[in-house]
Ligand binder design. Sequence first.
Ligand SMILES: Cc1ncc(COP(=O)(O)O)c(C=O)c1O
Length: 405
Amino acid sequence: MKIAFSPPYIDKDVLEEVQDTLQSGWITTGPKVKLLESETAKLASVKYALCVNSATSGLMLAMHWFGIGPGDEVIIPAYTYAATALAVIHLGAKPVMADVNPDFNINVDSVKKAITKFTKAIIPVDIAGLPCDYQELLDLISSPEIKSSFNPQNEEQMKLGRILLLSDAAHSLGAVYKNKPSASIADLSVFSFHAVKNVTTAEGGAICISLPKSFSESDVYAKMRLMTLNGQTKDAYSKSKVGGWRYDIVLLGFKMNMPDVCAALGLAQIRKYKDQLLIERKRVAMQYLDRLRQYSWAITPTLKNQDKESSYHVFALRIAGFTENQRDRLIEKISKKDVSVNVHFIPLPMLKYFSDSGYRIDDYPNAYNCYKGEISLPIYPQMTSEMVDFVVKTLADSYNNVSCI
Ligand SMILES: Cc1ncc(COP(=O)(O)O)c(C=O)c1O
């Protein structure tokens, strides 16, 4: 049996929605993007969600909107995908890394230690789909001591009056935090619709807006949308209407808009996400938990607790007592049996670009401990019970093989 890691969910509805767009005479940003935005906003329980061409773009755009740039610091976890850090660097700001908890998510005490008068944002990352400790983070940045060291440089920063909480929710579409969709908690939350995500537009993302009352969210949405379209007052769809040719460029924007043909893919999936696709993911995760319970070496991930429920994006297993080298050998053995597994993630300080920039893994011991035995198992709605059992059997056989050497 051959098991893929994370194939996209392409059914008849997806094909029909894409075909409808292709035949409509309009394939870039237009009505399908609007529909995907409203479905995303509904799922996240926010008024506005803005579609963009990737989560990386969404993070950059959110920070650009907040005026983050050279001289500013942004706190991120050392354990994440590189895009979280690269988005900060592209804006000219400095990523300051914090260590993580055993659940892979950013550690609030480590964040507290990293805050300086230059800190403009914190980007917690919902690793594997489990929401971060948002209430603790909000309490921290709203505390009088931390607020008094915040040094606003523009109108948006003055209006917020504290550090921006920008969630990297690339993995956590549909996750729950204290009985609410987790993307409704931080000021801004950015989903990814990349090809391996729970809902995909091939490449894409969305920014969910949940700012304090001092902001007009519709104005923020409109300004960010302008920023996805070169700062141009009219999108191509409006310009294509008869007589609608005149436009202006009113601010320094990027080109980060999502095309309708991509939105169509995600639209057909998101419509059945909560009632079908997410439930199927959970079924797979529960079967893994059940089958792995018998193995004392299997440290299964936190998927649900009193405050949180994951989006079941990645099944981030850890192998107790394994060194990095043993884990790598285990992956080799499993791969030979045609089961595709993965590692989420190599901590940033272990990647050349970041170690060349002076970050050291020794400063993030928990990130290293999470990484060294981590092995992500395939999880997606199309997985049958037989497929899950096959993955577990392959894993257990391979474990016995590696651990007895
Ligand atoms: C944690 C995290 N943040 C950001 C991204 C970037 O997402 P995108 O590929 O949509 O830019 C990813 C992509 O895998 C990710 O895993």
